[in-house]
Design a binder for this molecule. Structure first.
Ligand SMILES: NC(=O)c1ccc[n+]([C@@H]2O[C@H](COP(=O)([O-])OP(=O)(O)OC[C@H]3O[C@@H](n4cnc5c(N)ncnc54)[C@H](O)[C@@H]3O)[C@@H](O)[C@H]2O)c1
Length: 461
């Protein structure tokens, strides 16, 4: 054995041993021995596309009640009631008088946990109110819009003792969880660099067919598009950064230290409106001062000196990709977050969005398909719940994220992705905004854990 191989073999053994040692107390400490023995009561704020999905998955879960729901749109309340009846539940009490009706709902003392799936600007306010009312908060992505809001989440959770889970479903991708396993077992050697992002054309989401957005529009065009007008920032970082943060032990022995961000020109939305059959060069929306750069690239440096490239890319036509890769001293892996292997492109050539190279293991100098590695390192959650998960949306990941929130409530424990994750991952939005505004100047992440990151145990899904 030459010295390089020996050194690598030693490193792998110590990484595995380290993971084993630290995983044990994590399991013991992470789970409270106290459990709720009755049915847990889960309430909902926001019943749009996402909220209804959470409600249905909750209704399919054993030992739950759903007795309160809140949305300002009566049509969404009616749809939710219909779904509850379909799944054998009585009608819930509805809170829909105005934008602050959630506060009335939170006064009830029979609710254990609240799933919040509202537009971004409501997330922190609603999660804070939920925790202050003594209930578990499960909040959709991103959890916060400003650094102050990130601190509000952390401070409220610490002061009330109530957990706040960021409902980041992408952390449950089958390929991603297998790769997490591989990282922990040293397959890539020492991690050095990762990429991720949200590369998803949202042109048809930001504008209704008649190009309407804002008040009077439908779906996410009501609220999401405003952010492209007002903020030059990566406004949706967590789908990408969540899984990478887990792999690099962020908030658990490592942390995000600083980032620099750069935005490209902002022409995609204007071009879309000008070329749309209901638009044109003189359409009023084509004259708006669209602020969000079409491609926003942030580079994060971690305390353990890895680099992470995070991209936001939603204003130009393109296929979907979360653009994941992870590279270490022994090899690298690339995957797009859609849990797929070899695919045929429209011209019948083959594309492989999930591929791996491991020095000394991959034959030749090329890539290898990821499938066999995913099978070998498959996460126990997927082995156990594959059938149920596959019936769920987004390639099964939604099943796991709703389940984890409900289980944390039932088991009276911290959820796997906690308030420190919610704060650190969401902070990329305001920090990228500040960096872009100052010629890509570095912006430092606050240590939301106040030093606890040094001793916190690795994430254990
Ligand atoms: N994790 C994922 O894969 C995923 C997918 C889609 C959306 N999301 C996130 O989920 C959230 C909701 O997205 P969506 O697609 O369901 O949006 P949506 O616009 O379809 O639904 C939002 C709902 O919130 C309601 N609402 C707005 N203000 C309210 C208030 N003050 N009180 C009560 N209800 C209020 C609206 O009436 C609407 O029904 C967003 O944060 C989004 O980023 C996550």
């Amino acid at each position: 054995m030459n010295s390089k191989v020996k050194r690598r073999a030693f490193l792998k053994t110590s990484i595995i041993a380290g993971a084993g040692l630290s995983a044990m107390p994590g399991i013991v400490l992470g789970k409270s021995t106290e459990k709720i023995s009755r049915k847990v009561n889960i309430a909902f704020i926001g019943l749009g596309g996402r909220g209804i999905g959470h409600l249905i998955r909750t209704a399919k879960t054993e030992n739950v009640m759903i007795s309160a729901i809140c949305d300002i749109d009566v049509a969404r309340i009616e749809l939710a009631q219909k779904r509850l009846l379909e799944y054998g539940y009585p009608k819930a009490t509805a809170y829909s008088k105005n934008e602050f009706s959630f506060e009335d709902m939170l006064k009830r003392d029979d609710i254990d946990g609240v799933i919040i799936s509202t537009p971004w600007l409501w997330h922190t306010r609603m999660a804070v109110a939920t925790m202050k009312a003594g209930k578990y908060a499960g909040v959709e992505v991103s959890a916060a819009n400003t650094i102050e809001e990130c601190w509000d989440l952390v401070n409220t959770s610490e002061e009330t003792g109530m957990p706040c889970m960021i409902l980041e479903n992408v952390n449950y991708g089958r390929q991603g969880l297998a790769i997490l396993n591989m990282v922990k077992q040293g397959v890539f050697g020492i991690p050095v660099h990762a990429t991720c992002g949200y590369r998803h054309s949202l042109l048809g989401v930001k504008f209704n067919k008649d190009l309407k957005f804002g008040e009077g529009a439908k779906g996410e065009a009501v609220w999401r598009t405003q952010h492209s007008l007002k903020r030059n920032a990566d406004v949706y970082p967590t789908h990408g950064v969540g899984p990478i943060a887990a792999m690099l032990d962020i908030n658990r022995g490592n942390r995000f230290q600083y980032l620099t961000a750069t935005a490209s020109k902002a022409v995609g939305l204007k071009d879309y409106i000008e070329e749309h059959p209901n638009g044109g060069k003189n359409h009023p929306h084509a004259q708006l001062p669209w602020k969000q750069g079409d491609i926003i690239t942030s580079v994060i440096k971690t305390a353990n000196e890895e680099t992470i490239i995070v991209r936001h890319d939603c204003n130009l036509p393109r296929p979907y990709s979360l653009d994941f890769s992870l590279q270490g001293t022994d090899g690298l892996v690339e995957w797009d977050g859609l849990n797929r292997g070899l695919i045929k492109s429209s011209d019948s050539s083959e594309i492989n969005p999930a591929r791996i190279f491991i020095e000394g293991k991959t034959p030749g100098h090329g890539w290898e398909e990821l499938d066999a590695w995913v099978k070998k390192y498959d996460h126990p959650l997927w082995q156990k719940y594959e059938e149920e998960a596959n019936k769920s949306s987004h390639n099964g990941i939604d099943f796991f994220v709703t389940r984890e929130f409900i289980n944390s409530v039932k088991e009276k424990r911290q959820p796997v992705m906690d308030v420190y994750d919610a704060a650190a991952w969401s902070a990329i939005t305001p920090l990228s905004e500040a960096s872009i505004a100052t010629g890509s100047a570095p912006q430092y992440f606050p240590d939301f854990t106040r030093g606890k990151w040094i001793k916190r145990k690795p994430i254990d899904f």
